[in-house]
Design a protein. Structure first.
Ligand SMILES: Nc1nc2c(c(=O)[nH]1)N[C@H]1C(S)=C(S)[C@@H](COP(=O)(O)O)O[C@H]1N2
Ligand SMILES: [Mo]
Length: 537
């Protein structure tokens, strides 16, 4: 019995290789959602919000503490690892279950295999439906997942039978032994070969798919000054150093984040693939004239661009979940005006291809700097950043900037979006933050320091640095790329040899000093001063 269970578990696991590899292929060809994806989606969407939040906070803190590399990339790898672990674990458990019951299941090997295959099929769909609870999309992949599950089950039954027969033979019975051994070796090899072939084909199609989705030339945005945002922005901040005259301290991050280094955060194992030919942007709810816009229709509207910084609300002070780029898109206000907002509308709700939802008050939605973006850094929106369309809205954390938007709906009462339902801030206003990127010797007894400061469209009026508990000394501020981006700062200080603790703080454009009190990211963003140790020899 123990042997049978162990054999079942191992066979279930090994046959999981082709099962999962071919599921990935079926995802691309037939819209199947592979088991690891369903399991991950179930965890991310259906676990209690407090648990998910605690898990994310722990992950972000550990990753940023260990400084192993980019938090967003490592976090996705961890999530991917967890999803695959759980999927293979499920297959091993089903295999073990088969091993436990094989003796009692009636019928031929084929029939027993089909039974366990059906069990896998049903389980996979249960998980998938539960993951998408309340938002059941098309049940693509019903047939392909049946074939794959049945194939896994039948192979499991055969392999299990041969392995058990082999185990039951006394050592003397060499001939039968040999043919069974050969069968198992062949089956194992075939499973592996199938897995490798499936993965290879999937990668190949991934490359082709990318080329297909290329949508041709993007429209050129009209050149015009950035209009004022609805949130108050005071008189232009004095004391900026002109861009040409500003020399960042070596080691300061680039002012414009290279697109492939722009942080990525979302609730998906892999970004949803939106077929742009099928995609429509629905604009409905409390509007005079509901719209259904194609990608080309949207791009034909007047486009605008602005430089802006985006920061995740889960970012720790000094963390790397913050980036700056140039967003290009169509004003959400233009789209809403085309549909005609009814007077009863108080918020605009966004629904996304991954089931994510968010909302903005009408005044933020009508802000001329709230854009439905089709490009970042002048490039067609990358898949992981929301292709074909994502939102940029000033002053709020990343969670208020939905990606892969499919529907925009004017609604008559406030709505809590995905993260708000899980206990995060509804307004999600960005907190003022400042970070030391670089601190080093700049000649005898001189210390040069540099970094960034950010406060959304409130702007940064002042950055100050101090050594240990000394005086706060104002830093030089580079003229920012726009009212919506972080500000680069630098400073040189006299510092006799010794070891120091550097602290930085900022004052926003409204004259408000950055909060010193250290708080966790949950529920409305991290606060506190960034500090760094430095030694002058
Ligand atoms: N559809 C969708 N949009 C989303 C999310 C998501 O999970 N799904 N995550 C939000 C969060 S929490 C952040 S921080 C930003 C990150 O945008 P980026 O990946 O382009 O940096 O996307 C937001 N938009
Ligand atoms: Mo976020």
């Amino acid at each position: 019995m123990r042997r049978s269970i162990l054999t079942g578990a191992l066979a279930g696991l090994w046959l999981g290789l082709p099962f999962i590899a071919l599921s990935l292929l079926a995802e691309r060809l037939a819209g199947l959602r592979p088991l690891p994806t369903s399991i991950f989606d179930l965890l991310a969407r259906q676990l209690p919000g407090g648990l998910v939040t605690a898990g994310i906070e722990l992950m972000v803190r550990v990753l940023q503490g260990l400084q192993l590399g980019r938090t967003d990339v490592l976090a996705k790898r961890l999530e991917l690892g967890l999803a695959y672990l759980l999927a293979f674990g499920t297959l091993a458990i089903l295999g073990a279950l088969y091993g436990a019951l094989a003796g009692r299941l009636a019928g031929s090997t084929l029939r027993r295999g089909l039974t366990i295959g059906l069990a896998l099929w049903a389980l996979a769909w249960l998980v998938d439906l539960a993951a998408r609870w309340g938002a059941v999309g098309p049940l693509d992949g019903l047939l392909s997942s049946f074939l794959l599950s049945a194939g896994w089950g039948v192979a499991l039954a055969w392999v299990h039978e041969q392995a058990m027969a082999l185990a039951g033979l006394p050592h003397a019975e060499a001939p039968a032994d040999a043919s069974r051994r050969a069968f198992l070796a062949r089956a194992g090899g075939a499973a592996l070969a199938l897995a490798v072939a499936g993965l290879a084909l999937d990668r190949l199609l991934a490359g082709l798919g990318r080329a297909e989705q290329a949508t041709g030339a993007l429209p050129t945005p009209s050149a015009q000054p950035t209009p004022r945002s609805s949130s108050p922005r005071p008189v232009p901040t004095p004391g900026y150093v002109a861009a040409e005259a500003f020399e960042p301290t070596p080691g300061t991050r680039p002012e414009l984040t290279p697109l492939d280094q722009f942080y990525r955060i979302d609730i998906n194992l892999s970004p949803p693939r939106v077929d742009v030919a099928q995609w429509r942007l629905a604009v409905d709810g409390l509007v005079a004239q509901p719209l259904s816009l194609t990608y080309q229709e949207l791009l034909a509207m007047p486009s605008h661009e602005l430089y802006a910084t985006l920061e995740c609300i889960s970012n720790e002070v000094g963390g790397d979940l913050i980036s700056t780029t140039r967003f290009t898109g169509v004003r959400l206000a233009d789209v809403l005006n085309r549909a005609g907002l009814q007077p009863g509308a108080v918020e605009v709700r966004f629904t996304c291809a991954d089931g994510y939802t968010e909302s903005l008050p009408v005044d933020s939605a009508l802000d001329p700097n709230t854009l439905l973006c089709f490009a970042m850094d002048g490039q067609q929106l990358p898949e992981e950043h929301g292709f074909p369309i994502r939102l940029f809205t000033p002053n709020r954390y990343g969670m208020k900037n939905p990606k892969w938007i499919t529907r925009i709906e004017a609604i008559g009462k406030p709505y809590d979006g995905f993260w708000e339902q899980r206990g995060w801030s509804k307004e999600a206003w960005v907190k003022t933050t400042s970070v030391i990127d670089a601190a080093q010797e700049g000649g005898p007894a001189r210390l040069v320091v540099g970094g960034i400061a950010y406060a959304g469209a409130r702007g940064i009026a002042l950055v100050e640095v101090r050594l240990d508990d000394g005086e706060w000394v104002p830093a030089e501020l580079k003229e920012p790329l726009s009212p919506f981006t972080w500000v680069l700062w630098r400073i040189e200080l006299d510092a006799p040899p010794g070891e120091y603790r550097l602290t930085v703080r900022a004052v926003d454009g409204l004259g408000e000093l950055q909060a010193e009190e250290q708080t966790d990211p949950h529920p409305d963003g991290a606060s506190g001063y960034h500090r760094r140790r430095v030694e002058i020899s």
